[in-house]
Design a protein around this ligand. Sequence first.
Ligand SMILES: *Cc1c(COP(=O)(O)O)cnc(C)c1O
Length: 364
Amino acid sequence: MPESLPERLLLGPGPSNAAPEVRAALAQPLIGHLDPAFLEVLDRVQRNLATLFRCRNGLTIPLSATGSAGMEACLVNLLEPGDVALIGVAGVFGSRMAEVARRCGARTVCVEVEMGQTIPPERMADAIRAERPSLVALVHAETSTGVAQPIAEVAREARSAGALMLADCVTSLSGMDVRLDDWGVDAAYSGTQKCLGCPPGLSPLALGPRAIERLNKRSRPVQSWYLDLGLIGDYFGQSRVYHHTAPVSMIFALDCALQRVLDEGLEARFERHREAHLRLVDGLEELGFEMLVPEGRRLPMLNTVVPPVPDEAALRRLLLDRHDIEVGGGLGSLAGRVWRIGLMGENARPEIVDRLLAALRQLL
Ligand SMILES: *Cc1c(COP(=O)(O)O)cnc(C)c1O
């Protein structure tokens, strides 16, 4: 065994702590990725992902890589050189999407707002009319700012203009409402290490019928062999043809994590995230922290706050060293100014919030 590591409470932007059952699932006996016993697990994982994404007639897969690979997979498969991509940029992850789209050779148009703001759906609608994009993309829960973005409204505009809608649900999936079919979202991806409460390593990904049709009608092969969803789909579809070796142990862990989500119930889980968030906001305001994001636009699972001290990094370090609690610093233009406190998955609980508040009270 390697050296003993500290037990941290992970209240940053991810990874979040996984339940003991999920960690134990990683240690199950290793079996082959074409073993019938494994394929049974894989079938269940894919079915449960369809339930979480609320995507009935599509393809749902646990992509073998982190959330950023889910982003890249959607963009390289749904864009061809010369296509027009319209991306809403309200933080670091929106910028990342735009960068990937540009690297696909797409003419990439951004509707940009300052970090901490919501993208007005009217601005996206105007840009859709002006640019006629083939793909519109938006981050649902922008983890760099803690702001929820209007996926359903933008999807409606994209649909009515005949564009595909892509949503980044890395932080939102299983922490707040995500409804691909009802909202008209054609493709979405997530990550295991945020509200799903699983270690990092897989990217749950969903493609609806219109995205699959676009994929099948491509005029040239996807430039990434590893992320070619046509090829990957042969393994995750009916034929189960070898493409790459599925990360068997991680899929066991995801299977366990998904089972926990469904046992709790999606609505109850969303409510648990909301309640933990409200408790945290109350306690932090009492301690002199200021919320960066106005009420009504805040994400429940990612709280961006301005600490009441001149040196935020020093306080963050004390929290880690003395209390084994990790919180995140700011990204991009918010670096050095804010903390990002994640209450994701297992950590969205009153006793966890109270543990953080007690530690802060002591340090301040
Ligand atoms: C964390 C995150 C990603 C990237 O996921 P990785 O697993 O770090 O690759 C993408 N988008 C959003 C919104 C995220 O929060």
